[in-house]
Structures are given as structure tokens and as C-alpha cells.
Design a binder for this molecule. Structure first.
Ligand code: C2E
Ligand code: CA
Ligand code: CA
Ligand code: CA
Length: 275
């Protein structure tokens, strides 16, 4: 028994060492990407359920030279200040792209960016945001910021103040990944948000006719608070029908489109998904 225990311990250590090595390698890759403009954004449309038109695009970050998924490298970046640097790079690129589409005469559509809870550490972020909007002369209503509930775990007072400031600028705020974590409906009454994004896991679980009441009540509560509801990770036509019947406002998912590189997103900019 003792021996087994020892072997097990050894194995465990090896796995841990391997993991630490992988992490260090990834951290090196992120560091390099931050220094050398090594990120790009892909854009996934959010489609109006009633009209089939694209309402906005969510920007999702990718590494230029590595196939490491964002879930993985964002997680590692969040353990250090790297997340703040990625956050700024993403903010700048999304604003630049929105201004570029404006300059090309495309209809105005907001781009939403993901704001990690750990970016609260970036004390000058608000000023950076304001400066960048000014640099590109972008009307703040064409930018949207996605936060998650976990942001309230980090310096709540400061966070609420930052969010208020962002909202005052005219930037929309969306509560992402709703239905994971604590998902207290109570949060919706005091975080300054304009939109709630129902997480894929929630949609997968509760869109069936037997369970639809859960989603319906979230949607009706959100609507009573004047919030827009987006459903995420929608892959099937029947899910779309169900959400349409429930009064959901917009839908994002492979059913309509995967995240696209800027050139591809531009091509479908005026696409109507219902015709
Ligand atoms: P998220 O913000 O919840 O983004 C939605 C994720 O769902 C994206 O994964 C998107 O590609 C994926 N998705 C969209 N539609 C479907 C669908 O129909 N089916 C399935 N299975 N998946 C779908 P992605 O791009 O891999 O990003 C994963 C996560 O990484 C994001 O989740 C977000 O938490 C984080 N992330 C991505 N970009 C950024 C960023 O610029 N900054 C920060 N802080 N986090 C980011
Ligand atoms: Ca998001
Ligand atoms: Ca999400
Ligand atoms: Ca997520």
C-alpha cells in the first residue's frame, strides 16, 4: 500500500510538473504576442430574432501564430498582468475595426468585447478606453463591453463605479455567461447592465419544451428591467424557434455563423439570416 501510495505521488508530481511546464511555455507565447502584435480578433454576429438582421458582433481574441484556444490562454493570462495587456490590445483593435467599418460606409453596428474580471487591476483602463475612442473618433454607442458576475468578487465598490463610468460614456454593458456561476437574478437589479447573455449550457439544458419555463421567466424578468436578452451557443433550428416564441431578442451561435475573420465578417455585414 505504501509503495502504491508513493508511486501515485510520483505520478501526480510528474503530471503537475508537465502542467507547470506547459503553462510556462504558454505564458512565454502570450508575453511574446503582447510585445509583437500577436493577436487578432474574430467576429461572431448576434442576430435579431424577429428580423434576421445582424445587430452586433462579438469580438473574440485569437493568437496569430498558435492554435491555443482563448479559454486556455486567457486563463493563464489572468494569473498575471498579461490579461490587462491583452485587454488593451483587444479594446484598441475592436475600436479600430469599428471605425474602419464606419469609414467604409457600412451601417453602424456595435462590436462587443470581453472584459475579464481580472482587468479590474488595470487602474488606468478607463482613461485608456476614453483615449482610444477619441483617437479613432468612435461614437461610444458602437462599443459594448461584456462582463461576468465574477467581476463583483473583485473590489465591488470600485467595480460598480467603473461600470457606472463606462455606462455614462454611452458604452453598453452586457452580463455574459448568465446561468453559470451564481447567476443571481438579484445582480440584474444593481449591476448597470443593458443586456444579458444566456450561456450555452443554460440553453442546452432548458430549451426543451418541458423546461422552457426557466428560460421564459429569466427573459420576462430581464424585459421587466428593460434589458435585452441574447442567447448564446445556438446550433439548432428548433432552439431558435423556441427562443423566438419566448421573446428572446438576439441569438448568437453556429446556427447562423461561426466567429469570422474581419474580411469575412465584412462580407456578411448586411446579411439577413431569415431571407
Ligand atoms: P464567451 O465570451 O462566452 O464566448 C463565446 C464562445 O462560444 C466563443 O468561444 C465562441 O466561439 C463559442 N461559440 C459561439 N457560438 C457557438 C455555438 O453555437 N456552439 C459552440 N459550441 N460554441 C459557440 P471562444 O472564441 O473559443 O472563446 C472562449 C472564451 O474565451 C470566451 O467565452 C471568453 O470567455 C474568452 N475570450 C475570448 N476572447 C476574449 C477576449 O478578447 N478577452 C477575454 N477576456 N476573454 C476572451
Ligand atoms: Ca462573451
Ligand atoms: Ca458567454
Ligand atoms: Ca464563456
Amino acid at each position: 500500500v505504501k509503495r502504491n501510495g508513493k508511486n501515485h505521488h510520483l505520478l501526480y508530481n510528474k503530471e503537475m510538473q508537465q502542467e507547470l511546464r506547459n503553462k510556462a511555455v504558454t505564458e512565454g507565447i502570450i508575453q511574446k504576442a503582447v510585445q509583437e502584435d500577436g493577436f487578432y480578433l474574430v467576429y461572431q454576429p448576434q442576430v435579431n430574432v424577429k428580423t434576421g438582421e445582424i445587430e452586433s458582433f462579438e469580438a473574440l481574441v485569437r493568437l496569430k501564430h498558435h492554435a491555443i484556444p482563448p479559454d486556455v490562454f486567457i486563463g493563464i493570462a489572468e494569473e498575471s498582468d498579461l490579461i490587462c495587456q491583452i485587454g488593451r490590445a483587444v479594446t484598441k483593435e475592436a475600436i479600430r475595426q469599428a471605425a474602419n467599418w464606419r469609414d467604409k460606409g457600412h451601417p453602424r453596428k456595435p462590436i462587443s468585447i470581453n472584459f475579464s474580471s481580472k482587468q479590474i487591476r488595470d487602474k488606468d483602463y478607463l482613461q485608456f478606453l476614453i483615449n482610444t475612442l477619441e483617437e479613432y473618433e468612435l461614437d461610444p454607442q458602437y462599443l459594448e463591453i461584456e462582463i461576468t458576475e465574477s467581476i463583483l468578487l473583485e473590489e465591488t465598490e470600485l467595480t460598480l463605479e467603473l461600470l457606472e463610468r463606462i455606462k455614462e460614456l454611452g458604452i453598453k454593458i452586457a452580463l455574459d455567461d448568465f446561468g453559470t456561476g451564481f447567476s443571481s437574478l438579484n445582480y440584474l437589479t444593481y449591476i448597470p447592465v443593458n443586456k444579458v447573455k444566456l450561456d450555452k449550457s443554460l440553453c442546452d439544458k432548458f430549451l426543451s419544451p418541458d423546461n422552457i419555463k426557466v428560460i421564459e421567466s429569466i427573459i420576462s424578468l430581464a424585459h421587466s428591467l428593460n434589458l435585452v436578452i441574447t442567447a448564446e451557443g445556438i446550433e439548432e433550428q428548433w432552439q431558435y424557434e423556441q427562443l423566438k416564441a419566448s421573446g428572446c431578442n438576439t441569438i448568437q451561435g453556429y446556427l447562423f455563423s461561426k466567429p469570422l475573420i474581419a474580411e469575412e465578417a465584412e462580407k456578411i455585414y448586411e446579411k439577413n439570416f431569415l431571407h
